[in-house]
Design a protein. Structure first.
Length: 327
């Protein structure tokens, strides 16, 4: 049995706990490590734990162990958890996303649990794929599971069709891998009050792109995609992902991409409480190809970025910053 444990990071901020998901995640990993050595980070605010050994050792079911974990998280860090339990990581994650804070949702019957789930709730199904499937009437995981494999492969391709068909049936071949290498990195900003001003929101996005770019460059990494999450005053959120034209850690490219994501939301007068930016698909910089450009401005910007990185490494992260952030 696998647990997916998600911290309520919004509550952590309100209660004066560690600021943000990235700060809470190491505490969550340590808490789960008291029950099992098979713990894997699931950034930004969740972790997976394989409890098969713990169930036998403690003589308790997954729901009982989850209750203990939730009480300890509340006592030690002042935050509550939403916990999902299932026979594999896929079902545990989906259950955790459906569980209300302070509750545990255990998946005992994967077929029944998945049948009425929207197809977009399945891991690996983005907006484009979901639209394609809905156009064929495949709007739920149950309908996808009932569809012949050959039909899905004609719609999505051989490999993608088989992967989706298996996930819709609750099949997940991945395992909980302790200390798995990070495949993404994130940063977030919260506003002191619900923010309606578009320019202030864009300043926060610029700050996030600069921070992630500098962090990736310091670790000789690049990312393939960016995911923007916007949190609203009513505690709802919108998430959008954009694949970059080429893997990069160049702050200008990251900024342009996140601005495009933000513009695509057409927020208008939405009351924004905070924004989170995640760099996805990390890989070593030496494995990424860069398209050469004849634009002298691009080459100049990259050289200035190298100089700024050296200054930050010597004098601190605030030594050099864009003028719009220094104002």
């Amino acid at each position: 049995m696998v647990l997916s444990v998600r911290f309520r990071t919004e509550q952590a901020r309100e209660d004066g706990g560690p600021a943000g998901a990235e700060a809470l995640l190491p505490h969550l990993l340590g808490l789960l490590g008291a029950f099992t050595p098979l713990v894997q980070a699931d950034p930004p605010d969740a972790a997976l734990a394989d409890l098969r050994g713990a169930v036998r050792y403690f003589g308790r079911g997954p729901a009982e162990l989850a209750a203990v974990i939730r009480v300890r998280a509340l006592a030690l860090y002042g935050v509550d958890c939403a916990i999902g339990a299932g026979p594999n990581p896929l079902l545990a994650r989906m259950a955790a996303r459906r569980a209300r804070p302070g509750t545990t949702l255990v998946v005992d019957d994967p077929e029944e649990f998945l049948r009425d789930q929207p197809v977009g709730a399945l891991d690996g199904v983005g907006r484009s794929t979901a639209r394609t499937l809905v156009a064929y009437g495949l709007d739920t995981a149950g309908r996808v599971a009932d569809t012949p494999l050959a039909v899905l492969q004609r719609i999505l391709g051989a490999r993608a069709g088989r992967d989706l068909w298996e996930r819709a049936r609750g099949v997940d071949r991945t395992q909980v891998v302790p200390d798995a290498a990070a495949r993404s990195v994130a940063a977030e900003r919260s506003f002191p009050r619900d923010e309606l001003d578009r320019d202030r929101q864009r300043r926060a996005l610029l700050s996030l792109a600069q921070e992630l770019g500098a962090r990736m460059r310091s670790e000789a990494q690049v990312c393939r995609a960016l995911t923007l999450t916007v949190r609203y005053a009513d505690r709802s959120a919108t998430t959008r992902t954009r694949t970059l034209r080429e893997p990069t850690a160049h702050s200008a490219a990251l900024t342009a991409a996140v601005y495009a994501l933000h513009d695509g939301l057409a927020l208008q007068r939405a009351r924004v409480r905070g924004v989170t930016l995640r760099a996805e698909g990390l890989l070593p910089a030496e494995q990424a190809a860069h398209q050469l450009s004849f634009d002298p401005a691009d080459e100049k910007a990259r050289k200035l970025e190298e100089v700024a990185d050296r200054a930050r490494a010597r004098f601190g992260p605030d030594a050099i910053k864009p003028g719009s952030l220094a104002a």
